[in-house]
Design a protein. Structure first.
Length: 202
C-alpha cells in the first residue's frame, strides 16, 4: 500500500509513553524520519501491517516489533482485519537495555520477535499493561519508576522468547560458562582454553 502524504505527529518523550489502543479499519501511521526514541508495538489481537515504507509485514497476536530511533515508521491495521488491538510504547533507553534490544531484523532498524509460547505471551502483555497503567498515574511519585521497571521486565521476557540474534556457537558456550561461574574469579585465557578443548571434541 502507498505511504500516506500526511505525517503522523511525533511525541516529545523524556522517558516513556505507552498506550493500549484498539484500532478500527482505516487507521494508519507514517513517520518518514521515525522518532528520536524507540517504538515497541506488540499485537494482542487482530492484525496489522508494519514496515519502513518499502515493504509491509503482517503481524498478528504474539508478534512484537521495535523501531530503532531514526527508522521510518509505517504501521496500519490490516485491511482484512476488523480490529487491531496492540500495546505501543515510545521509550528512551535506560541503563543496559540495549542488550535486550538486539532483535532479529526484518528490515534495517526494524526488529521482530514472534512469541509462540502462550504463557510467556500472557506474561508480556500483563507486564506491558503495567507500563500503561503506571505511566498514566502522574500523581504517583513512583509511577514513572514503576512503568520503567515494568518495561524492563517486558524486554527481558521478550529477549527470553527469541529477542536476540543468533550468536556464534563459541560465544554462546563462553557466555554459558560465564553464567555458570558468575560468583567465581576467572581469566579470559581459561575461557579460550576451554573453547579449544570443546572444539577438539567436536
Amino acid at each position: 500500500m502507498p505511504v500516506p502524504h500526511r505525517e503522523t505527529p511525533c511525541f516529545h518523550i523524556e522517558v516513556l509513553l505507552a498506550d493500549e489502543p484498539r484500532y478500527a479499519p482505516g487507521f494508519e501511521a507514517w513517520r518518514s524520519r521515525g522518532t528520536h526514541e524507540w517504538l515497541l508495538i506488540h499485537t494482542v489481537s487482530g492484525a496489522g501491517l508494519v514496515g519502513t515504507g518499502t515493504r509491509e509485514y503482517r503481524v498478528v497476536a504474539g508478534h512484537t516489533v521495535v523501531f530503532q530511533p531514526g527508522t521510518p515508521q509505517r504501521y496500519l491495521i490490516d485491511p482484512t482485519s476488523r480490529t487491531w488491538r496492540i500495546f505501543w510504547c515510545h521509550f528512551n533507553l535506560q541503563r543496559d537495555w540495549w542488550m535486550w534490544l538486539d532483535w532479529p531484523e526484518i528490515e534495517k532498524g526494524l526488529g521482530h520477535v514472534e512469541i509462540g509460547n502462550k504463557t510467556a505471551c500472557r506474561q508480556i502483555e500483563e507486564s506491558l499493561r503495567e507500563v500503561v497503567h503506571h505511566g498514566r498515574h502522574a500523581l504517583d511519585p513512583f509511577g514513572l519508576a514503576k512503568a520503567v521497571n515494568a518495561l524492563e521486565r517486558s524486554l527481558l521476557l521478550i529477549h527470553g522468547e527469541g529477542g536476540h540474534r543468533n550468536l556464534d556457537a563459541r560465544v554462546s558456550r563462553a557466555l554459558q560458562e560465564l553464567d555458570a561461574r558468575w560468583d567465581q574469579k576467572f581469566e579470559f585465557s581459561s575461557l579460550a582454553r576451554s573453547e579449544e578443548h570443546t572444539s577438539e571434541l567436536q
